[in-house]
Design a protein. Structure first.
Lengths: 375, 258
């Protein structure tokens, strides 16, 4: 079983024409439904939906509040390593970029974990570049021995793995998998990933499904909007989420909506995703998949993050550094990308409360037994 | 009328409305909810409890006089529910446990088989078990056999505010099940809680409808009153309903010979 045939079918469809053909009636029909199909998502993403954006927003807001309450779960990323063998043209950790490469020792990791835990955060996302030799499964397993002392919930955003490798990390205490397809356009994907293991489009496409099978509680997918045609990438992201939700109902499926940000290297976004576009995608996702988690990172600026609070967001990062050791180590580290919202955890909480939202620090209790040999 | 008490796990309760702690914009509203609703039992997801928190723990907002009903939200199997229940007890949350075993995140429907399995294990460990289930007679009977303190059938899927969609099945459970039947999930309006109580339910649990109201405290008060009204109506024995009008001068009066 694979999402690949569905991805190929929609990728090859004349989507520009299909979007253009949607009418106001199609949008109104989608708005009136409780259970929406792909054709409704298409209508909500079409230009015909733009005059009805406020009406769509009201429904999205109601659905979000009903399903998740006025709460936003907070998390922060922790970069373990920036060694990378990939040549992704849009990424600051690209193997060709001349940046200092480093990987946290377990002692440094403990310092980093303590620094993050002191902010009160309990949900952590650990990241590495793609280097199986440096950030090996054994290394990650050891890291979990440290991290589970501080965080009841740890997700990974690392290179695509085999199902049994994910299962091993689940046993070690990892409960979430974040993996972005970057773009669902297979040809563009090949151009953007000229070398390295990540070049295998299908292996990456099937990784979220391997994570579901391996017992991950939360699987978070997404496309880096702006790399290709954002309409197409947003549509296929939604279909990918629906595919996983239907087949793995025990897994919480969520979607991130990252937009391209400036970073070290020459590549700059070719397709500009405006604020209005982002909002349209988020609203359509909420109506299409009311129980879907939606994550917004600090790639977005403070004002935009505040404005979209009622529209569907369920998780936000705060107190972010995208550099290895950025929370506790001295020196000028280079981040994976520049962030736009540099507010710390406390300030973010104040802002959420001001807008009538409860910042949720803890929404999981680790129930896995400590893995053998874990610290 | 003598005091209409309601007993669960050896505890006698005045109020037949259970409340929750989820989805609030600010947990500091919880004491006001408890007071306005008159509720004496409050459920809290163990996943949200953080005894070591420096940023605020939901437990800090639960009035001390409330009976705590920790729940196993997030459990996908009986084993996970059992582990969460044991953690709850170890964290000092007491012996009451609301079993939620849900392996369908789209509809959040409970898994009856796994719920019954978890109930059996936890009852043997001395827990007062209140399982959240579909309105299914066979599942409910198996929970009675397993030693559950009550059954908590859903009116509609969690958080949907769609009311008593399972009305006919609830009626059967109320008639057939000998332990308390507490309608949990789906109740969106006080009138629906009132209807459940009129039908003979022993209590209702309401969270989303209160937490997502524009004025949660006022809505909590409304639910408290509705549950009381429904219970009193049930005890009062409502007259039979029929489709046709009934003449106030009966046609067969002459047979009495007066």
């Amino acid at each position: 079983m694979s999402f690949y045939p569905i991805c190929a079918e929609y990728s090859g469809a004349p989507l520009t024409e299909i979007f253009a053909a949607a009418t106001e009636s199609d949008v109104r029909r989608a708005l009136g439904k409780t259970l929406l199909g792909p054709e409704d998502f298409l209508a909500l993403m079409s230009p015909a939906a733009l005059p009805l954006l406020e009406e769509i927003a009201r429904k999205a807001s109601r659905l979000t509040e009903q399903n998740f309450g006025r709460t936003i779960q907070l998390f922060t990323p922790l970069y373990l390593s920036n060694y990378c063998t990939n040549h992704c043209v849009y990424c600051g950790f690209n193997a060709k970029n001349k940046i200092p490469r480093t990987q946290l020792t377990l002692k440094q990791l403990e310092e980093e974990a303590k620094a993050i835990a002191s902010t009160g955060l309990k949900h952590l996302l650990i990241l590495t570049g793609e280097s199986r030799i440096k950030a090996s499964p054994d290394y990650l397993d050891s890291c979990m021995g440290v991290l589970r002392k501080y965080f009841p919930s740890v997700s990974i955003e690392i290179y695509a793995m085999e199902q049994d490798e994910y299962a091993r990390l689940v046993d070690a205490g990892v409960d979430g998998l974040t993996i972005y397809q970057e773009t669902y356009d297979e040809e563009l994907y090949a151009e953007l990933h000229p070398r390295g293991p990540k070049r295998d489009f299908r292996y990456r496409l099937d990784a979220p499904e391997r994570g579901c099978k391996a017992g991950m509680r939360v699987v978070n997918i997404g496309a880096l909007l702006g790399l290709g045609d954002w309409h197409k990438d947003a549509l296929i992201t939604a279909l990918h989420a629906a595919y996983l939700q239907d087949r793995y109902p025990e897994v919480d499926i969520s979607v991130s909506l990252p937009r391209m940000r400036p970073h070290v290297g020459e590549f700059q976004p070719t397709s500009i995703v405006e604020d209005r576009d982002m909002v349209q995608v988020m609203l359509a996702l909420r109506l299409f998949l009311p129980r879907l988690g939606i994550t917004v990172s600090t790639r977005e600026n403070a004002e935009f993050r505040e404005n979209i609070l009622p529209l569907g967001v369920t998780k936000m990062s705060a107190g972010v550094s995208t550099a290895v050791g950025g929370h506790s180590q001295d020196g000028d580290q280079v981040g994976q990308f520049d962030i736009s919202d540099e507010r710390g955890v406390e300030e973010m909480c104040e802002v959420l409360r001001k807008h009538g939202y409860q910042p949720v620090f803890k929404d999981w209790e680790s129930i896995t037994e400590p893995a053998k040999g874990a610290a | 009328m003598s005091k209409d008490l309601f007993e669960i796990g050896g505890l006698k309760l005045d109020s037949r409305l259970f409340t929750g702690t989820g989805k609030y914009a600010d947990d500091s509203v919880i004491p006001g909810i408890c007071e306005a609703s008159g509720s004496q039992v409050i459920t809290v997801a163990l996943r949200r409890v953080d005894m070591e928190s420096t940023t605020g723990n939901v437990m800090d907002f639960i009035p001390k006089n409330m009976q705590l009903l920790p729940n196993t939200s997030g459990a996908r199997t009986a084993d996970e529910a059992v582990r969460i229940a044991r953690l709850a007890r170890a964290m000092g949350c007491g012996d009451w446990i609301k079993i939620e075993v849900i392996s369908d995140n789209k509809y959040l429907l409970p898994d009856g088989y796994e719920t019954a399995r978890a109930t059996e294990i936890l009852v043997k460990e001395g827990f007062i078990v209140l399982p959240y289930v579909n309105a299914d007679l066979y599942v409910a009977r198996s929970l009675v056999d397993a030693g559950a303190a009550a059954v908590m059938p859903l009116g509609a899927p969690i958080g949907t505010n769609r009311g008593l969609q399972t009305r006919e099945m609830l009626r059967i459970l109320i008639d057939e099940i000998t332990i308390p039947v507490i309608v949990d999930a789906g109740i969106g309006k006080p009138s629906e809680a009132c209807e459940a109580m009129e039908m003979g339910a022993d209590a209702c649990l309401v969270n989303t409808a209160i937490a997502t109201a524009s004025d949660p405290v006022m809505m909590a008060r409304a639910f408290g009153r509705a549950v009381k009204a429904g219970r009193e109506a049930y005890l009062a024995g409502p007259g039979a309903t029929q489709c046709h009008a009934a003449a106030s001068s009966p046609l067969t009066d002459f047979l009495s010979g007066d």
